[in-house]
Design a protein around this ligand. Structure first.
Ligand code: NAI
Length: 253
C-alpha cells in the first residue's frame, strides 16, 4: 500500500521533526531520498537513521540557485525527482500584531513562503515535461484558521495554500499533483519552543490547553503526519490534486 519503490523523493526540512519522520516513512516505502536542510548536523543524523541510500544537501530553501542545484544533484544521482515534500519552515516569535517585530515577520515569510515558491520553481519544470509528479506542501492548522500571537506564521501558512492552489491548477493538466497538508499540534522541537515563548514560566500549561482544545485530546506523533504525506505522494492518491488535507486530531472541525 502507498508504495514509493524506486521513486526519487526530495524532502526539505528533513533534518528534524516532521521532515525526519517523512524521510523515515518514505524510506520504508522504498524511496530513494534527497534530504534538504540548512541544519547539517541534523541532516547527518536523519541520513544515518535510514537504511536506504540517501543524498543529503545543505541548502537554504530561500535561495533559488541553491534549490535548483539541489534538484539537479538529486536528478543526477537518482534520476528524475518524482515526489517532493516542501516542508521546511520556521514559527517565529509570539507577540500580538501591534508588537510583532517586523524583522521576524520578514524572516518567517521568507522561509515559509519564498522557500516553498523557490521549491516549486525548481521542481516543476522537469515534472511538467515528464508529465508526472506529486508535490506536498506543509501548511498548518494556522493556514486554515487564526491563532493568537503568531500572525506572521498564520499569514505564511495561509499564503502557501494560495500558492498551492495556483500551482495545482497549472500543473494538474500535466499529471502533476500539488497538495497541501494542515497539521495540528505535532510533538516536535518547534512546538516545544513556541510553548516556551508563550509561557516561559509554565510551558506545560500551554501544551495542556492545546491538547484540551484538540478533540483527540493529544498532540500527534510526527509519524502520523508522515503517513498522510506518504499517501498523497503515492499513486493511491492519483485523483488528489489541489487539496488541503487536515491531520489535526479534529481541531479545525
Ligand atoms: P522543525 O523545526 O523540527 O523542522 C523544520 C526544519 O526546517 C528544520 O530542520 C530547519 O532546519 C529547516 N529549515 C528552516 N529554515 C530553513 C531554510 N531556510 N532552508 C532549509 N531548511 C530550513 O519543525 P517541525 O515541527 O518538524 O515543522 C516542519 C514543518 O511542519 C514546518 O513547515 C512547520 O511550520 C510545519 N508544521 C508544524 C507543526 C507542529 O505542530 N510541529 C504544525 C503544523 C505545521
Amino acid at each position: 500500500m502507498s508504495e514509493l519503490k524506486g521513486k526519487t523523493v526530495l524532502i526539505t526540512g528533513a533534518a528534524t521533526g516532521i521532515g525526519r519522520s517523512i524521510a523515515t516513512t518514505m524510506a520504508e516505502a522504498g524511496a530513494k531520498l534527497c534530504l534538504v536542510d540548512i541544519n547539517e548536523v541534523g541532516l547527518k543524523e536523519t541520513a544515518q537513521s535510514l537504511p536506504n541510500e540517501t543524498l543529503s544537501i545543505n541548502c537554504d530553501v530561500t535561495d533559488i540557485d541553491q534549490m535548483k542545484a539541489a534538484v539537479a544533484k538529486a536528478e543526477d544521482r537518482f534520476g528524475g525527482v518524482g515526489v517532493a515534500v516542501l516542508n521546511a519552515g520556521v514559527v517565529g516569535t509570539s507577540a500580538p500584531v501591534d508588537e510583532y517585530p517586523l524583522e521576524v515577520f520578514d524572516a518567517v515569510m521568507r522561509v515559509n513562503v519564498r522557500g516553498v515558491w523557490c521549491g516549486l520553481q525548481s521542481l516543476l519544470p522537469a515534472m511538467l515535461s515528464r508529465k508526472s509528479g506529486a508535490i506536498t506542501i506543509t501548511s498548518s492548522l494556522s493556514g486554515v484558521m487564526g491563532f493568537h500571537g503568531v500572525s506572521a506564521y498564520t499569514a505564511s501558512k495561509h499564503a502557501v495554500i494560495g500558492i498551492m492552489r495556483s500551482a495545482s491548477l497549472e500543473a494538474a493538466p500535466f499529471n502533476v499533483r500539488v497538495n497541501a497538508i494542515a497539521p495540528g499540534f505535532i510533538d516536535t522541537q518547534m512546538v516545544a519552543e513556541l510553548e516556551k515563548r508563550m509561557n516561559p514560566v509554565d510551558p506545560g500549561s500551554v501544551r495542556a490547553a492545546c491538547e484540551d482544545r484538540t478533540p483527540l485530546k493529544r498532540y500527534a506523533d510526527p509519524r502520523e503526519v508522515a503517513n498522510l504525506v506518504k499517501f498523497l505522494s503515492s499513486d493511491d492518491a492519483s485523483f488528489c490534486a489541489g487539496g488541503v488535507y487536515s491531520v489535526d486530531g479534529g481541531f479545525a472541525t
